[in-house]
Design a protein around this ligand. Structure first.
Ligand code: SF4
Length: 315
C-alpha cells in the first residue's frame, strides 16, 4: 500500500484521533475535565459497593477538578490552566470522573447546560458505564448533538464476563454491546474503552476484544494497560497474589498494540494506547513513559513492521 492510499486521508499508519479533530475544527480544541459529583451503581449499593477493583479517580483528576466547585468554576479554572499554554482555542467539557449519566435527568441536563453555556465550550465528552444510560438521556444528547459536538465514552473494559465479574464491574459485555447499538445513529460520537491485562483475560482474548468492538458502530477506541494503583482493592489483591495479574512488559505491550492496530477496523479512530498514572499512585507496571513517547515508538514500530491499521482486518 502506498502512503496516500490510507483510507483516513493522511500519511500516518493508523486512523488517529488528533488528526480527525484537526480536520473537523478550525481552532485548536482542548478538553477540560469536570468532576460533577456523580457516583457509580457499583459504588452506591444499587449494584454493588467499592467500585471497580482498579479504580482510583484521584489518579487522573486534574487539580482544578473537584465536585466541591460548580461546573462553571471548573470550566473556568481549566480554561485558565490551558490558556496560559495555548492561545485562541475552544474547549470540550469532559465529564470524566465516575459515571456521568447516572442521575436524575433534570440534574444531568442542568449540569450539561451549565457547561455548554460557557462561550468557549463547543461540546461535551461524557464518560460513563454502558448500564447507566437511559433512552431519555440518549434522546436529550441526540438533541444537543444537532448544535454541539457530543461524545460519549463507554467503559467496556473487557468482552469477557468472567474478567468483568472479577473486577466488580457490575455489568456484562452484552449490556455494553446493546448500549452502543442504542446510541448509534443519533449524531453522538461513540467512544469505547478497554483495559489490557485484567484477570482472566489472555493476550489472545484482549486482541479479540478490540477486534469485536471495532466492528460495532463506534467512532473511537481507547485502550490502556492495566495499572495497579495505590489505595485500590486491586492493590491488596496484587500484594497477596501477584501471579494472578498479567502485567505487560513495555516492549511486549508495544508489539501487542501493533498486533491490535493491524487487526481492527480501519474505520475506527484510535484515541489512546496507554495510561499514565502519576508516579505516587502507581504500584505496577512502572514503564516511566509518556504518551507522546509511546506514540513515537509506535509509529517507528509500525514502519519497521511495514504494517498499518486494518491490514489484517476481516469483515
Ligand atoms: S465505573 Fe468507572 S468510576 Fe465507577 S468504579 Fe468503575 S472505574 Fe471507577
Amino acid at each position: 500500500m502506498t502512503k496516500t492510499a490510507y483510507p483516513w486521508g493522511h500519511e500516518g499508519r493508523y486512523n488517529d484521533f488528533p488528526s480527525y479533530f484537526k480536520s473537523r475544527f478550525s481552532e485548536r480544541i482542548q478538553k477540560v475535565s469536570i468532576d460533577a459529583g456523580f457516583t457509580c451503581p457499583n459504588r452506591d449499593g444499587s449494584k454493588g459497593v467499592g467500585g471497580c477493583t482498579y479504580c482510583n479517580n484521584n489518579s487522573f483528576n486534574p487539580e482544578y477538578c473537584s465536585p466541591r466547585k460548580s461546573v462553571t468554576e471548573q470550566v473556568e479554572e481549566g480554561i485558565a490552566f490551558f490558556n496560559s499554554k495555548y492561545k485562541a482555542q475552544k474547549y470540550l467539557a469532559y465529564f470524566q470522573a465516575y459515571s456521568n449519566t447516572y442521575g436524575h435527568i433534570d440534574q444531568i441536563k442542568s449540569l450539561y447546560q451549565e457547561a455548554l453555556s460557557h462561550e468557549k465550550v463547543i461540546g461535551l465528552v461524557i464518560g460513563t458505564r454502558p448500564d447507566c444510560v437511559s433512552d431519555e438521556v440518549l434522546d436529550y444528547l441526540e438533541e444537543l448533538a444537532k448544535n454541539y459536538y457530543i461524545g460519549i465514552e463507554y467503559g467496556v473494559e473487557s468482552a469477557n464476563d468472567e474478567a468483568l465479574l472479577a473486577i466488580n464491574r457490575g455489568h456484562t459485555y452484552r449490556e455494553a454491546e446493546q448500549c452502543i447499538l442504542r446510541t448509534a445513529n443519533r449524531g453522538i460520537h461513540i467512544g469505547a474503552h478497554l483495559v489490557n491485562g485484567l484477570p482472566y483475560d489472555s493476550k489472545e482474548e484482549m486482541l479479540e476484544h478490540a477486534i469485536r468492538l471495532s466492528k460495532l458502530p463506534i467512532e473511537s477506541l481507547k485502550l490502556h494497560q492495566l495499572q495497579i494503583l495505590n489505595h485500590t482493592q486491586m492493590a491488596k489483591e496484587y500484594e497477596k497474589d501477584p501471579e494472578r495479574f498479567y502485567l505487560f512488559e513495555f516492549e511486549e505491550y508495544l508489539d501487542f498494540i501493533v498486533d491490535v492496530i493491524e487487526r481492527v477496523s480501519p474505520d475506527v479512530m484510535l484515541e489512546r494506547f496507554i495510561n499514565q498514572a502519576p508516579p505516587g499512585w502507581l504500584i505496577a507496571p512502572k514503564w516511566g513513559i509518556k504518551n507522546y513517547q509511546f506514540v513515537n515508538k509506535l509509529n517507528n514500530l509500525l514502519k519497521e513492521r511495514n504494517t498499518w491499521q486494518g491490514r489484517l482486518f476481516e469483515e
